[in-house]
Design a protein around this ligand. Structure first.
Ligand code: SF4
Ligand code: MG
Length: 327
C-alpha cells in the first residue's frame, strides 16, 4: 500500500533571544492509510512540534521549518502556499488536542462550531450540515445528540467535550487524524472510553492516526507502529509488539520501566534519572548520554545514526553499532 504521509529529514527550529532551539532535528517516518503511529517521549522531545509542522501551525517567527519534506499524498506540505494548506487542514488532515476547551470557542454552541467546519470544507447547506453534525455526535457516543447540539461547550463535561472535538475533527472524513495527548486531561474511565471510540472510528472510517503521547499504555492499546523521540530526534522505530517485547534503546527501556502502574496513579515519566537536556545547550554526541547508564566514550563525542538492526527496526545508539546492516 502507498504511504499517505512521508516525513523526510524534517527540521523545525526556533530562533530565540538566547539561541537556536532545534526542536525537531531530522525526523523521518511514514504512515499508511488506516495505520496508527504512536509518537512517544517526554514533553519537550519534539513530538508536538512534529505534528504542528505537519499542520503547518508553527508560529513564524520564532519557529520555522528549516529543512526536509512532508509529503502528504505525494505533495510537499512544506512548500504549499497558505491557501493550499488551508484546504487540507481540518479537511484531509484534522487534529485533536489535549484540552478541548482551548479549541472550542466558548461563545458558540457545539453544533454551530461543528457545522461551520462541515460547511467550510464540504459543499453542504446549513440544514444538511446540521444533520451531519448530529450524526457525528451520535457516532462518538454523545447521548441525545439532537438536543445537545445546541448546547455551549461549558454545558458539556470534559469527556463529552473531548468527544465533541473528535466529532468535529472527523466530520470532514479526514485521511489523517493527529491526536496530541488526546486523553491526558481525562480521568481513567473516560480515557478508556475515548480510546475505544478512536479504535472503532479507525475501523469504520479507515483514518490514519498519528497518536502523540507520553502514555505508553495508550500506545500499547492503539498503535501499530511506534517512534520514540528524544531531544528532537527519533531514537527508536519499531512495530508496537517488538517495541514492548524487546525495547532496544536505553531511553525506551527507561520509559518502559517508568510505565505507570495499572492503578494509573503515577503518570509521570520520572524514573529515568535526570531530565530532558536544555535545548539551548544540547550535550555533544548522543543527547541521552548524561542520563544513560551504558554511556561510553564515543557516546559523548559522536551522534549515533538511526541504524537498521533487522526486522524492520531502527535504533539510534552506539550499543547497536556492530549490528548495523549493510544497506
Ligand atoms: Fe546510551 Fe551511548 Fe546509546 Fe546514547 S549512544 S543511548 S549514551 S549507550
Ligand atoms: Mg505536547
Amino acid at each position: 500500500m502507498k504511504n499517505l504521509l512521508e516525513v523526510k529529514n524534517l527540521k523545525t527550529h526556533f530562533y530565540t533571544e538566547d539561541g537556536i532551539v532545534p526542536a525537531v532535528n531530522g525526523v523521518d517516518f511514514n504512515l499508511k492509510p488506516g495505520e496508527t503511529l504512536g509518537i512517544v517521549g517526554e514533553s519537550g522531545c519534539g513530538k508536538s512540534i512534529t505534528s504542528m509542522s505537519i499542520m503547518r501551525l508553527i508560529p513564524t517567527p520564532p519557529g520555522k521549518i528549516v529543512g526536509g519534506e512532508i509529503l502528504f499524498e505525494d505533495r510537499d506540505i512544506v512548500k504549499m502556499s497558505e491557501a493550499e494548506i488551508r484546504k487540507i487542514r481540518g479537511n484531509d488532515i484534522a487534529m485533536i488536542f489535549q484540552e478541548p476547551m482551548t479549541s472550542l470557542n466558548p461563545v458558540f454552541t457545539i453544533g454551530s462550531q461543528i457545522m461551520e467546519a462541515i460547511m467550510l470544507h464540504q459543499k453542504m447547506d446549513k440544514k444538511a450540515a446540521r444533520g451531519k453534525c448530529i450524526e457525528m455526535l451520535r457516532l462518538v457516543g454523545i447521548p441525545r445528540a439532537d438536543e445537545v447540539v445546541d448546547d455551549y461547550p461549558h454545558q458539556f463535561s470534559g469527556g463529552m467535550r473531548q468527544r465533541a472535538m473528535i466529532a468535529m475533527a472527523l466530520s470532514c472524513n479526514p485521511k489523517l487524524l493527529i491526536a496530541d495527548e488526546p486523553t491526558t486531561a481525562l480521568d481513567v474511565t473516560i480515557q478508556a472510553q475515548i480510546i475505544e471510540l478512536m479504535k472503532e472510528l479507525k475501523e469504520k472510517l479507515n483514518t490514519a492516526i498519528m497518536l502523540i503521547t507520553h502514555d505508553l499504555g495508550v500506545v500499547a492499546e492503539m498503535a501499530d507502529h511506534v517512534i520514540v523521540m528524544y531531544a528532537g530526534r527519533i531514537v527508536e522505530d519499531a512495530n508496537v509488539i517488538d517495541l514492548f517485547k524487546d525495547p532496544k534503546h536505553p531511553y525506551t527501556i527507561g520509559l518502559m520501566k517508568s510505565k505507570p502502574s495499572l492503578e494509573g496513579s503515577a503518570k509521570r515519566l520520572d524514573v529515568i534519572p535526570g531530565s530532558v537536556p536544555n535545548p539551548l545547550a544540547m550535550p555533544e554526541g548522543c543527547s541521552f548520554h548524561p542520563r544513560c547508564s551504558h554511556a561510553m566514550e564515543v557516546c559523548k563525542k559522536q551522534v549515533p545514526e538511526l541504524t537498521s538492526i533487522g526486522g524492520g527496526r531502527k535504533v539510534r545508539c552506539w550499543l547497536y553499532n556492530n549490528e548495523r546492516e549493510v544497506e
